[in-house]
Design a protein around this ligand. Structure first.
Ligand SMILES: [Zn+2]
Length: 158
């Protein structure tokens, strides 16, 4: 399927840009229903596919974004963001900008844990990397002053 991307130069084939992912893994239900595919940022998408390939080469595992009941881990609409963060919270999010993904390994084994994924994401040059108990957040925000933003270094869990 061909889609326009947020900062893309032209119409692009989703399957060419993100060959390992389905639309449902990337977009929240409201975006899928309204076909707001342009909400995905082109550079973030390319970085995500490169990161998945890199992780797969090393660990043999894939990356999970939206799966099962977790349907808002990738690109979100403003309504999705409000549902997650609450009405009083900031509605802007890198997820709404189409630049952020909450990801986990398809399977944790040996040294290939959530902590490993966090460090690999930092090395991969994502603009921001956050660690949570069962997933990590990565986004492709600009590195203002060349400084990567990280948080959650000391989260307990694997
Ligand atoms: Zn996130």
């Amino acid at each position: 399927m061909n889609i326009y991307l947020a900062d893309g130069p032209s119409e692009e084939s989703f399957d060419d840009i993100l060959p390992s992912f389905t639309l449902g893994e990337i977009y929240s239900p409201e975006i899928l229903a309204k076909k707001m595919f342009f909400t995905l940022d082109a550079l973030a998408a390319l970085k995500l596919q490169r990161f998945r390939d890199h992780i797969h080469r090393i660990t043999g595992e894939g990356l999970l974004i939206n799966h099962g009941k977790l349907t808002r881990r990738g690109v979100r609409s403003i309504a999705d963001q409000t549902a997650i963060a609450g009405k009083k919270a900031e509605t802007w999010s890198a997820h709404v900008a189409g630049k952020a993904f909450d990801i986990s390994l398809t399977r944790e084994a040996g040294k290939y844990t959530n902590a490993y994924l966090y460090n690999a994401a930092k090395d991969h040059g994502w603009g921001a990397v956050g660690r949570y108990q069962t997933f990590i957040h990565v986004d492709n925000r600009d590195l203002w002053g060349g400084k990567q933003i990280t948080w959650g270094e000391n989260v307990n869990g694997k």
